[in-house]
Ligand binder design. Structure first.
Ligand SMILES: Cc1cc2nc3c(=O)[nH]c(=O)nc-3n(C[C@H](O)[C@H](O)[C@H](O)COP(=O)(O)OP(=O)(O)OC[C@H]3O[C@@H](n4cnc5c(N)ncnc54)[C@H](O)[C@@H]3O)c2cc1C
Length: 419
């Protein structure tokens, strides 16, 4: 793989930039792989990368029904933070945040990580108490967050209407090392680096069936049926976000996951006026400003199950209303684009990573509205789990068995509207 560098850009300029290689190969499927990963979103591609990098497994294919990064990974608002309440979540989200810090160098691909700081507003006494508890938990877990008062909020974000027409700002949970990154670049960077180590990425290759052989327990994986033919494998990882339930059904088991539409929108570009990410969870909206100057806006998920990748209009209206009262300065902006994804929600708002009832099949899903921030940490933990056949320390608490054993990892406060 030709390295990207300033020197390479200058050198290529002499040949009219005709010498660049394709970022990843488009090979024909082999008949067998040691590991097949279904889903070329950020989590699937990061898993492939760490399987090759950390565990030396390169006879790996990532199967994608559409184009890589075209699912939720290419549709999110790219917020990165690790201020979760429970120790198991803090561990994986903080590993992830820290991996983001030098990911551009590791992948030799500019992911545009911008640790500009994330502020979660407290607009009720109840929310203030909940965030105080989270900030104590974060400190114990070694995560750098701080509970700040209204004066500091006003300083961090001068465009906030501190007195608010309905909910005055009472404070906020501030994570200075949180931020954003370019979402597509995460998928492209992991794909390019994984491909360079020998991983096959097969786009336009939809998995239509999962072949199993009978065993005394729940069966064992043999391979998959795809729109590009049958492929056998020793291990299979299902990493398909909103389609987790569909793939689990093909494998013969059920998941405690619901699929819901979640949408986002951007405004016309304006001059820089917001240099942090702000989330207003009480009124249900959050906002950051992109490098191009657009205000990037998100809200809550729809209240019904669907696979539409669209979302309902009244949510756009509610989100914009919430943000106009929090940031009156945006009230005359035009909205340019709106889009949606299908998020995979569990009851405790924490992911599922680990083994399934079928031997050789592993699952990584249920990241819901907040799995962009966790891509590096999730890929790291999933790769270790698949390579060793057993969940590693990070993945252990997130097994499917927690739903039957009642070991919930309740992150409903951390995950509410705040992605
Ligand atoms: C509007 C919106 C805003 C969000 N904002 C944030 C945010 O600010 N911060 C944050 O941390 N998270 C956010 N999220 C959540 C985050 O985007 C997801 O949790 C994360 O991207 C999930 O990544 P993934 O790789 O698991 O799934 P995806 O990126 O969805 O990848 C799964 C892939 O599987 C493929 N697939 C499905 N079925 C098959 C099949 N049968 N065969 C082959 N391939 C298949 C799909 O085509 C898809 O490409 C947001 C989500 C949305 C929708």
């Amino acid at each position: 793989m030709k390295r990207y560098s300033a020197f390479a850009v200058v050198k290529e300029a002499f040949s009219y930039h005709q010498g660049w290689e394709r970022a990843w190969r488009s090979p024909e499927p082999k008949s067998h792989y040691d590991v097949i990963i279904i889903g070329a979103g950020g989590h699937g591609l990061a898993t492939a990368y760490y399987l090759a990098k950390n565990h030396g497994l390169t006879n790996v294919a990532v199967l994608e029904k559409s184009w890589l990064g075209g699912g939720n990974t290419g549709r999110n608002t790219s917020i990165i933070r690790s201020n979760y309440l429970q120790p198991a979540s803090a561990a994986i989200y903080e590993l992830s945040r820290s991996l983001y810090e030098d990911l551009s160098q590791k992948l030799n691909f500019n992911i545009m990580f911008s640790p500009r700081g994330v502020l979660m507003l407290c607009q009720t006494e109840h929310e203030l108490r909940a965030m105080k508890r989270t900030s104590h938990a974060n400190r114990l877990a070694g995560i750098d967050t701080e509970l700040v008062g209204p004066a500091r909020v006003a300083k961090l974000c001068p465009i906030i209407n501190i007195d608010g027409p309905r909910y005055p700002v009472l404070g906020g949970l501030w994570q200075p090392r949180g931020g954003t990154a370019r979402h597509d670049a995460i998928a492209w960077g992991y794909a390019r680096a994984a491909c360079a180590m020998g991983v096959d990425i097969l786009q336009q290759c939809e998995v239509t069936g999962i072949d199993r052989e009978a065993t005394d327990s729940g069966g064992r994986v043999k391979g998959v049926q795809t729109t590009r033919g049958a492929i056998t494998c020793s291990k299979l990882a299902i990493i398909v976000a909103g389609n987790s339930g569909v793939l689990a059904e093909m494998a013969g088991f059920r998941l405690p996951i619901e699929s819901l539409p979640l949408q986002a929108l951007v405004s016309e570009p304006i001059k820089p006026c917001l240099d942090i990410v702000v989330m207003a969870n009480t009124v249900h909206g959050y906002m950051s400003q992109s490098d191009k100057g657009e205000m990037v806006i998100g809200g809550g998920s729809d209240g019904y199950n669907a696979y539409t990748q669209r979302g309902s209009f009244h949510h756009v209206e509610e989100t914009v209303r919430a943000l106009c009262e929090t940031f009156p300065i945006i009230s005359r902006l035009k909205m340019l684009r709106q889009w949606g994804g299908t998020v995979d929600m569990t009851g405790d708002r924490s992911p599922i990573i680990g083994k399934t009832p079928v031997e050789g099949i592993f699952i990584n899903g249920g990241w819901g509205t907040g799995g962009f921030k966790s891509i590096p940490g999730s890929g790291w933990a999933m790769a270790a789990t698949v390579a060793k056949g057993e969940p590693d320390e990070l993945a252990g608490p997130f097994g499917l068995d927690r739903f039957t054993e009642g070991r919930m990892i309740d992150e409903s406060v951390a995950a509410a509207v705040a992605h």
